[in-house]
Write a protein that binds this ligand. Structure first.
Ligand code: FAD
Ligand code: SF4
Ligand code: SF4
Length: 396
């Protein structure tokens, strides 16, 4: 639906201006004009005493979706290194492409990045669309949106996947608007509907209390950003080769509105939770920030890293970069120790795909035990030293 003012009927009373909750109406002389902020809520239609505003049926714009094919993965690279999430997207993309009987392609942008195409082939890309240009050496929204947007328009992929990284979360919506399609952000599950071949995109909604499955029925491509650490990485096979399609890249003055003056790397703590094989995570049950020292002993002993619940971050006990969960990092280690963590759904969203979950909690009915493979009911300040002691003994 759209909303319009019937010029002939508008008496210029301004009642609609005062009643629009979105400040979308202004007066041009004695005529009300509806601007871009209009959300089509319809409030002004009812309020106009002269029946001068009406809702009109807008022609549904549907693209010729049959013209689209192929699953594309945005091959995000930084400093000429492929980001780990790309390998996960290639793993998932392969499954989707096989199910709908189409090819899996990677889109690679950068400066002198052609070599990376071989890596993308090894991880399963049948084809690599390559945009190699000095203006693409570091990510800038305008430059990447233009190049990839033009490629989407030309080659018409059916599905486009991006990592829900800082870059992917910026680029995805820009591309979607550019292509006039939708985007499901931060997906944790993707599957093909066997009935109609459409992409079902699942993501947490309402603060993680339920999972929403979203489809994009009338527009193409179907676009998703996918949380790092959720999907299985593709297997590397160096014997695989991919066709490389070089994209025609050129920029006019004004195409790129930003300049990168300097890149300042954060010198603070850098934690790589997504790659860790053992994670020892702590929550409010630690009682204070010092509790993480004990967890660190266990993590060091097992060659792992520590992590935390959001409540411990909010308490100021540990940096946000350690947070696991819906608003933190999604992890998939071989073993996840949840120590003094209750198991709120938002925490589970970030760790329940771990291979093994060991929960240590004083409260035997804590929800964490429902997802744990091994549950230890007890005080973590007794249980963890006991585990360390046993590890020392077994090490001889
Ligand atoms: P609590 O729920 O307080 O649990 C502490 C646990 O420790 C209890 O089970 C208790 O029995 C146990 N315990 C106490 N003392 C001991 C002891 N000595 N030994 C052993 N066990 C002990 N949370 C996240 O973790 N990650 C997120 O990304 C996240 N995102 C969120 C997003 C939204 C929109 C919202 C609304 C919430 C989010 N949360 C997130 C918060 C989440 O809902 C919980 O509040 C949080 O996970 C609770 O943290 P916790 O388990 O450490 O603390
Ligand atoms: Fe015109 Fe109706 Fe708005 Fe009054 S309320 S300015 S008549 S459109
Ligand atoms: Fe404002 Fe709603 Fe009318 Fe749009 S439809 S102009 S948002 S009152």
């Amino acid at each position: 639906m759209a909303v319009r003012v019937i010029k002939e009927k508008c008496a210029g009373c301004t009642k609609c201006v005062r009643n629009c909750p979105f400040d979308a109406i202004s007066m041009e002389g004695r005529l009300a004009v509806i601007g871009q902020a209009c959300t089509e809520c319809g409030a002004c239609v009812d309020v106009c005493p002269f029946g001068a505003i009406e809702k009109t049926a807008e022609e549904k714009k549907t693209a010729d979706i049959s013209a689209y094919s192929g699953v594309w993965v945005f091959a995000e690279q930084r400093e000429n290194r492929i980001m780990p999430v790309v390998l996960e997207l290639l793993g998932e993309g392969r499954k989707l492409a096989d199910e709908i009987g189409t090819e899996l392609c990677a889109v690679l942008c950068g400066d002198h990045v052609e070599k990376l195409a071989e890596e993308l082939a090894a991880y399963g890309a049948d084809k690599v669309y390559l945009a190699d240009h000095k203006e693409l050496s570091v990510y800038r929204t305008d430059a990447y949106t233009k190049v990839i947007g033009e490629a989407i328009e030309k080659y018409k992929p059916e599905i486009v996947l991006l990592g829900a990284t800082h870059i992917g979360r910026d680029l995805g919506p820009c591309l979607a608007v550019n292509c006039g399609t939708g985007l499901t952000a931060d997906c944790t599950g993707l599957e093909i509907d066997p009935e109609d071949g459409k992409l079902k995109q699942t993501r947490p909604a309402f603060g993680g209390n339920l999972m929403a499955t979203i489809i994009c029925p009338d527009h193409r491509p179907q676009m998703s950003t996918v949380r790092p650490g959720v999907m299985q990485k593709a297997e590397r096979d160096d014997s695989r080769k991919a066709e490389v399609v070089k994209l025609d890249v050129h920029f006019e003055d004004g195409d790129i509105r930003t300049k990168v003056l300097d890149i300042v790397k954060k010198t603070g703590e850098m934690v790589s939770l997504t790659d860790a094989e053992v994670i020892v995570s702590g929550g409010m049950g630690l009682g204070n920030a010092d509790g993480f020292q004990l967890l660190k002993k266990l993590a060091d002993r097992l060659g792992g890293t520590i992590a935390s619940s959001r409540a411990a971050v909010d308490a100021g006990w540990i940096d946000h970069s350690y947070q696991v969960g819906q608003t933190g990092t999604t992890v998939k280690p071989k073993i996840y120790f949840a120590c003094g963590i209750s198991g709120a759904i938002q925490h589970l969203a970030g760790m329940q795909n771990s291979d093994y979950i060991v929960a240590i909690n004083k409260n035997e009915s804590a929800p964490i035990f429902e997802v744990a493979d091994y549950g230890i009911v007890g005080d973590l300040y007794q249980v963890i030293p006991a585990i360390l002691e046993e590890l020392d003994k077994s090490a001889g």
